[in-house]
Design a protein around this ligand. Structure first.
Ligand code: PHB
Length: 562
């Protein structure tokens, strides 16, 4: 039961004083979570043999956990290793959705970053650490960048002293204990080890000063060069809900100039954020994500390899979300379809692991949920999301498949899975083709607002790349209209003789076509009809799988194309 105890403090969180495991705790759930944390700390992918070493689990146990998590769509397995999937982000999304303010404040944080031309982040207190719930990606060279879900020791950050101002004696004691037990900050894999260094004023003193002034400073406490300034954001009840940090580098600012030039604007932005929080209408409860009814079917298919109690326990996390921040046991059981006794044991286990807190008969998620995959997954690109789905498609249709985005009047390849078949077109990542003559270009042009589409068509230089290239603007306009209506484009030997390709769009959560996927083949491979009857449904299913991953991963993170 307790064999999940990881070898180092890394996966348990910083110096979690090992409390006794409650008798009701669900062992497979504890072990499954240890595996997810270990893979997350390893950067999103780990060899199964390394997992056995870092978690201390038996190989057969690790295999069953991995099989169960793969069945849930949370891991992708190959012969020797396991990788987290974008779908896993639904756990972190449950926490961020329940919290609500990341979605409310992110646009204001982005705006501030734009204005300052510096990185801006939102962080929440997490025990004696701070954890990021939003990050803008404006950081220039020469410093570490943190990700959503990364945990930092409070005393080495700008928001830390602002949060510590609310600590009681017990929390200070826990902090001292952790500092003594982990003198190099090994429990915080996101930061470089703490050196002996002079250390500057003590954390208690910095905390008192930060509380007085209403801002916190990190003058190279994490690494040389990295400086940050933080201001707390309070809700309508005056509680500090998060801190906004503006982050810079000593090549652009000293700690002093950072405060002088940025503090007024950060404060202004925080005032706007506090107004937003005060006036936000309560979120309508979102439908809970996952029901537990599939777990029985999986059990039948996988038999002993499927750990039902792990699947059920993780489903409990997804009972929470937007408009569902605090739930009673009854509400959790209803949302998941689990028996009350099962939901109760799962909640007890999650509480023991610090992923849930209970108060007045209601439960809510803690920021620690973000440790289950968010840091590596929040940095996923659309091409990384697409590649495994393209691979699966290529296995089915035996022709090459690609992903491309629109850049100017061209499409640019950002992911590609080729077959062994020799094609004369040598397409590599980064290859560009004129959009008007390529199937992916046609669906992407077709998805533009009508006026923009017309403007692009009017200015594009239309050259005949083969005798069949359509270069007549009126005819192209009709083809684009049709591609928009049909939801696909088939281009036959217009880009290159002998090359036929079929494409569909990939849409983000807002319905914007952010990319296209295609299958390209030699025109002798199958007739145009067979293309439509055999390949199009597979291609659409692939686009659908990419989209569902993108919608989960992109809920609170910006997913770049490549
Ligand atoms: C960051 O957002 O990257 C950040 C925030 C506070 C710090 C350091 C870095 O103290």
């Amino acid at each position: 039961m307790t064999s999940t105890r990881p070898a180092a403090t890394t996966h348990a969180g910083p110096a979690a004083s090992p409390e006794a495991v409650p008798p009701e705790a669900v062992g497979p759930l504890m072990r499954g979570i240890a595996v997810l944390r270990a893979i997350s700390d390893a950067g999103g992918r780990a060899a199964l043999s390394d997992l056995v070493r870092t978690t201390g689990l038996a190989r057969s146990t690790a295999d069953r956990i991995a099989a169960t998590l793969a069945r849930m769509g949370y891991l992708r397995l190959d012969s020797h290793s396991a990788a987290l999937t974008p779908r896993l982000m639904e756990l972190g999304n449950a926490y961020l959705g329940a919290l609500r303010f990341p979605a409310l404040l992110a646009p204001l944080a982005e705006q501030l970053a734009e204005e300052l031309d510096e990185s801006v982040s939102l962080a929440v207190p997490d025990a004696d650490g701070i954890r990021f719930v939003h990050q803008t990606t404006r950081r220039r060279a020469m410093s570490l960048t943190f990700r959503i879900g990364d945990l930092l020791p409070a005393e080495r950050t700008a928001p830390g002293p602002l949060f510590a101002a609310d600590w009681d004696e017990r929390e200070w004691a826990r902090w001292r204990e952790r500092r003594a037990a982990d003198p190099e900050d090994r429990g915080f894999p996101a930061v470089p080890p703490r050196g002996p260094g002079p250390g500057g004023p003590g954390f208690e003193e910095r905390t008192a000063r930060a509380a007085e002034r209403g801002w916190g400073l990190d003058d190279q406490l994490i690494e040389p060069g990295l400086i940050a300034l933080a201001v707390p954001v309070r809700d309508a009840d005056g509680r500090t809900v998060c801190a906004v940090s503006a982050v810079s580098h000593t090549s652009r600012h000293s700690a002093d100039s950072l405060r002088r030039s940025l503090l007024p604007r950060v404060r202004e932005a925080v005032a706007g954020m506090e107004r937003t929080l005060r006036t936000a209408v309560p979120a309508a409860p979102a439908a809970p994500a996952g029901l537990a009814d599939w777990t029985g079917a999986s059990k039948q298919q996988l038999g002993a390899e499927f750990l039902e109690s792990l699947a059920r326990g993780l489903t409990v996390v997804t009972a929470f979300g937007e408009g569902r921040p605090e739930l009673t046991l009854t509400a959790v059981a209803e949302a998941t379809g689990l028996a009350r006794a099962t939901a109760r044991r799962a909640l007890i286990t999650l509480e023991h692991l610090g992923l849930v807190v209970a108060e007045d008969r209601t439960f809510r998620l803690t920021p620690r949920v973000l440790a289950l995959g968010c840091p590596p997954l929040s940095r996923t690109t659309l091409s990384e999301i697409a590649t495994p789905h393209l691979t699966a498609l290529v296995k089915k249709v035996h022709d090459s498949a690609s992903l491309a985005v629109l850049t100017g009047d061209d499409i640019q390849y950002t992911a590609r899975v080729a077959t062994g078949r020799i094609m004369s077109v040598n397409i590599t990542l980064g290859t560009r083709f004129p959009a008007y003559a390529a199937s992916m270009g046609r669906v992407l042009l077709a998805a533009l607002p009508p006026r923009e589409r017309a403007a692009r068509l009017a200015r594009a230089e239309l050259r005949a790349l083969t005798p069949r290239t359509v270069t007549d603007r009126a005819e192209l306009a009709v083809l684009l209209e049709r591609a928009g209506r049909d939801g696909y484009a088939l281009v036959d030997e217009e880009l290159e003789e002998g090359l036929r390709s079929l494409a569909v769009p990939v849409r983000d959560r807002a319905g914007r076509a952010v990319a296209a996927v295609n299958v390209a083949m030699h025109s002798s491979r199958r007739s145009v009809e067979r293309c439509l009857t055999d390949v199009l449904p597979e291609l659409r299913a692939t686009a659908g799988s990419i989209e569902s991953d993108l919608h989960v991963a992109g809920r609170f993170s910006r997913i770049p194309a490549a």
